[in-house]
Structures are given as C-alpha cells and as structure tokens.
Design a protein around this ligand. Sequence first.
Ligand code: SAM
Length: 376
Amino acid sequence: MKLVEVKEGLARILVPKAERIYDAPVFYNPIMSLNRDISVLAVKVLGPKGVLDALSATGIRGIRYALETPAEEVWLNDINEEAYGLMKKNVGLNIGGELYEEGDRSYLWGEKIVVINRGDANRLMAENFRYFDFLDLDPFGSPVEFLDTALRSVRRNGVLAVTATDTGVLCGAYRNACLRKYLAEPIRGPLCHEAGLRILIGTIVRYAAKYDLGVGVLLAYHRDHYFRVFLRLESGAKKADRSVSQLGYLWADKSGRFEYRRGFLPDKPGASGPLWLGPLKDESFVEKLIESAKDHPLAHKKTLPFIQLISEELDVPFHYDTHTLARACSLTPPKLDVIIQRLKDLGYSATKTHFSPTSVKTDAPFRVVAEVMKNV
Ligand code: SAM
C-alpha cells in the first residue's frame, strides 16, 4: 500500500494513495474533516476520560481526540488488518511513548493511554460493558448493526456519537431498506433530510429505551452525504419514557404543508415515522462548541460557520421549502431573507436552516407562510 502524509487538525496522518476514496485499502475521506472537527470540539467541551473510536480506519479520528482534547484514554479499533497496521504507524507518528503489542492489540502508555485494537467492534464493545465515557460510531452506511453493543458499552450518562451515511435509505430512496433497518416509514421530497435525521434519532431512542436509557440530543445535523448525532444517554426508566414520548409521526403533502404529532402509533394513514420530534440541539452545548472552536486548529474552513448556522437555527420540527410553496402557488420564489423578515414583522420566529438553503424554520402556521409568500 502506497502512503501519503496529510495534516488534519494537530495530526499528521499517513493515508493510502488512491484514485478514488472507496478504492483505497484503508478508508480516508478528507471531506469528513468537518465531521471530525465538530467531534473533536464535542470531546473537548464534554471532557470525557475514556473514548472509543470503534471504527477507526487510519486512526485519524481517535488520534485527533488524543492530541486535541483532554481525553486521558483513547481506544482505536478496526476489523481490517491493514487498517490496524496503519493505525499503529499513525499513532507512532503523533504520540510519544513506546508501543507494546499483545496479539491483536497494542498499547501505548505515554502522555496518554492509547489502545489500538484489531477486531470486530461489536465484540470489543460487548467485552467493555459500561466502560467508555464517549463512544464514536463512524461506519460505512448504517450504524444499526452496532447500536445495541454501543449502548451497553457507554457508561451511564456518557455520550454516544453516531454517523449514518446511508442517506438514500433514511431519505426514502430505498424505502424497504428503511423499513428493515430503522423500522420506520421514510418520506421523500423537501423534508426528507430532516425526517431522515429524526428517524435515525427515533431508532436510537427505541434501542436505548429497552435498556432504561433516555436520550438527550446535544447536537444532530445533516451535511453532505451523512447524518451525525451526539446523544447523552440518561440513566433511568423515567428518562427512557420521556424520550419515547417525544416520538411521533409526520404528514406532508406536495404543496409544502406538513403536520406532525407525538404518539406511539400514528392516528391517521399516510404517516412517516416513527421519528424524533424533540430538540435537535442543546443550546448551551452548541454555544460551548463555538467558544472552543475559536482558538482551535480546525481542519475545515466551513466548520465554524456551519456550527454558527446551526446555533442560530430555530429548533422546531420541520421547515417550509419556499420553492415548493412557490411552485404550488405558481409564484416566483421571493428572497428567503425577505420572507424571514416579514414573518418576524408579524411576530413569529423565523430563521434559515442548515437542512436546505431555500427553506425557512418558523413557528408560523402554513397559512401565514403561504400568505407572506403571496404578498412579498
Ligand atoms: N472513522 C474513520 C474516519 O473518521 O476516517 C472512518 C471509518 S470507515 C467509514 C469505517 C471503518 O469500519 C472501515 O475502516 C472498516 O474496516 C471498519 N469496519 C467495518 N466493519 C467493522 C466491524 N464489524 N468491526 C470493526 N471495524 C469495522
């Protein structure tokens, strides 16, 4: 395997030289540096002691946790033999100390404790019951096959971070796959990304509830080709009941009108879900991310503006796509800023949303938004 060195955050990483990222023997995607930046900031803000990067590939993510956050003990794991070799090389490049190897595991006791493991993530997590304060799942595609063991491997009140890159499934392009993997009905059209993110959270809420764990959403977002969530696992049956009570269903039509209702079962046909109808961010956590980003060597130039956009976004379920509404009323879509200002003038809250550059999040009802669209 031919290697080239890249820099990301404070890390220097050897990655395979390949024409296309999916041809490489060990996976590395530079676009995901924004995902890793936000994750590093999250670990910095949350201050966990023990961290697991369960699906590590080159080791970049775990190495950045070790270099850029106060985490004391960082574990890296991958099932792929070549990834294991590369993780060891990359840890050696970045972190001082001697590496001791025992079978498929290497240990480094230096400035930090670093454990590098080759094996199935499910096995590793099952063997480390309630051990990690922060556990990161960054799989190819869907995370569902790792959820049960991950929920058992996080300490009570610890944090689980999950990526899902199967956006085609969660956004309804492959409906049957969504029914199978997430036991949820997806939706197509302008709400598909927000609904997909909420289906993902809703699924994790249902998985967690059986272990008497509630879920507090610290941050959840959609970007590029993936979804990402940071969830605090709150211990206790009452917390789990409270999370389950935030599940419900969405109904949307072609005109851009939608409605949603909480409930264990849908109360009329045509529903999408079950999905999470609770908040997508904890405002004080997001504020802390922004604060800690200011003096941090971020790898992606869009990381800070993106977190700022999320921080300003009104946290209500779903949004109105102005182009869909304009099409339904045979109008030319007015400027988004103008619509937002008009809604504010009428006394409603209204903001842009990271889900779509043509959409508005507002607490105004559909008829008011449609009226504003017609009159600007
Ligand atoms: N987290 C990495 C990053 O930020 O660059 C990327 C991880 S890549 C998307 C997913 C990795 O999961 C691959 O390296 C693959 O070998 C590994 N993998 C797949 N199934 C696994 C399993 N059951 N146990 C451990 N690793 C697995």
